[in-house]
Write a protein that binds this ligand. Sequence first.
Ligand code: DAS
Length: 370
Amino acid sequence: MLKTTAHSMARTAVAAGLAALLMTGAATHAATAATATADDGLPNVTILATGGTIAGTGATSTTTVGYTAAKVGVDKLIEAVPELKKVANVKGEQVFQIASENMTNEHWLKLAKRVNELLAQKDVDGIVITHGTDTIEETAYFLNLTVKSTKPVVIVGAMRPSTAISADGPVNLYNAVTLAGSKDAVGKGVLVSLNDQINAGRDVTKTNTSTADTFRTPELGFLGYMQDNKAHFYRQVVRKHTAEAEFDISNLDSLPQVDIVYGYANNNRTALDALVKAGAKGIIHAGVGDGSLSNAMKPGLVDARKQGVVIVRSSRVGNGIVARNGEANDDELDFVASDTLNPQKARILLMLALTRTTDTKAIQKMFYTY
Ligand code: DAS
């Protein structure tokens, strides 16, 4: 007979509560949970909602694919988890409401500016961002490089919509708010927490299209776990982030165009040439193996470099170091090696690097720093 722990009973109750709330439409837009009096000893955590599955609804309680993301507002998300009041004074803001495959640089700039405004306030101790899972890893790294505070920023999502049996959103939100209010999360950089696990924003990636344990840090590992209403850390991040980062987006309304070309057997330079012609300022090459360049692609990258486009060699493999001067003579070609950043994260760092410099030696140093 399986022992039902209090925690799992809480998870089920919370999910059932949200499902009932949404299925019956009985939910009213209660005012966003007001913070309790300042002297209640609880941390003040602001939840910034952006959409995604955690705010999704399905036609039935067994719909876990083919549902609609980004339907439920932040007030309902908070209302559905009354346990939040036990761990923090929570306020909610709906920054935007999208499925995260539609995330744009403009969304990122708006979100980062709001995060920085809030974290500059003495009455905000931490921030939770509810987000679609498809691009969580990219938003996490973007904020890891642009948040100007050591206060916790935790990004959370869900792999099942809020109306599904055993929806994972409510308990993920509860854990994220607990983590964002934790003193142990201060100075750790942007964190991504789902499924009782804690990942670093720099290294986390989505590893499965649909399962609840999809977010991992392959090879380098989780930073820790959420268990028994507490954060348990076992690892530190060693790369610079947040308050130590040199990037300032406060006066930016756009970011330089950086695109990704994918390496594969029998590839060609057609897409690369089109992206350069369309005005890309940087290209990430997601090469095979250790960032290898095919004989068909290399001339296209050389031509792009001659037009002033900054080229970064990354790898489609997803783990390991892309070594400078390994599979290509980067010194001679004036290319940059991505170190361990996957293509989608290398794109973010190059975009921000290009807001400061086009000097490839300085940019290479940034890839070894962040
Ligand atoms: N489309 C997905 C997204 O918004 C749904 C999700 O997994 O959150 O990222």
